[in-house]
Design a protein around this ligand. Sequence first.
Ligand code: FAD
Length: 409
Amino acid sequence: MGTVDRSEVLGRQHLIDPEICIRCNTCEATCPMGAITHNAHNYVVKFEVCNACNACISPCPTGAIDNWRQVLKAEPYTIEEQFDWESLPPQEELAVTPGTELPSEVLAATAEAVAGQGGVVAAPSSAETPRVGIYSLRNPAIAKVTGNFRLTAEDAGSDIRHIVLDFGALAMPVLEGQTIGIIPPGTDEAGRPHYVRLYSVASPRDGERPGYNNLSLTVKRVSENHEGRAVRGVCSNYLCDLKTGDEVKVVGPYGTSFLMPNHPGSHLVMICTGTGSAPMRAMTERRRRRRHLKEGGRLMLYFGARSAGELPYFGPLQSLPRDFIEVNLAFSRSPGVPKRYVQDVMRENLSALADLIRDPNTYIYICGLKAMEEGVLGALRDVAASAGISWDAVATEMKDQGRLHLETY
Ligand code: FAD
């Protein structure tokens, strides 16, 4: 009898743990293959479409995405089976030929196949340990709105709001850089409950107001989609229309890597556009409240918007002392002024940024719309090249050390 080539027969099936998944749609939105879909019950992966590229692994806020089983290629778990799951099935013992014992290499391959991908960038080694997933879909926290203020000019095209949520007697420990999930009320056209949307916390760990059990969000009302067509974003409009006293269902917190270092003397380079400013505000405010401790470390902000009127927190930013934070603003649609994007301003500052990139105490944070990613990474590549450093090498090293963080959506 001829031998069976097991790689022909066995496959690695990517699965989502329905017990941990918060149905936030991040994986479906991220997957370049269109391999992820959902029904009202579960998010699932199409075996025949997923190419295990791992693009979805790091953006998943809960880690529910990082599950794998070794299966017979001819008999993977079907979409319909996955839709019905309440929990993941255990790894089945697979005998390629019925009745034969599993050789050790198959057991080893199975163990490897079932292991997670990891793929999440390390947190700064001195970061506080974050709490995650305290509140779930089945057990959300109920927060009360205590503030909802427009941050952008009344005549500005975009409506960005500062929303304050109070958790009363409920514990909601969050660190700067973490996100929470909001459950919008109601259902979509197919009658499925709306999926959870994630929002970065804009306040530091001791709250929007120290001594209060609250946090703030920076939310942009989505009134046109990425292609510029008019739409009414479900969750952003829900949040932007909230009134003081309204109650909101919250899950989370999430995020174990986009965190700030805790040790004195660490430098933060913060690069953002629009609502990507939320985690930067949280980190800046954390440092501002501890300024009297004279812990040192530079803060450098690159912040882009279409115009000053569309830049959230423009006023408060202007009043921060220049010996506390270096603020570099870029406006891409200011009347009568040439377009400037964050990457343009970064290139104007090559030597200052190159000095920081060389410094092992520098932590870089990038946050905003996906569209900013390419330009900003290109500018960092140029900064590194100007210092005679390979960006690829330095980026890998910084990621391994928890010093380079990217969050785009
Ligand atoms: P949907 O109803 O989901 O979408 C409606 C349409 O608009 C869709 O076609 C969609 O593709 C498009 N669309 C969605 N978002 C945008 C956008 N921003 N610009 C243009 N078109 C869009 N948002 C914030 O406002 N503040 C934050 O701090 C924030 N932090 C986030 C952190 C993470 C890790 C992630 C993954 C996302 C974050 N978001 C943040 C985005 C947020 O989760 C929602 O995606 C956003 O509010 C749109 O949701 P919606 O329900 O209003 O729109």
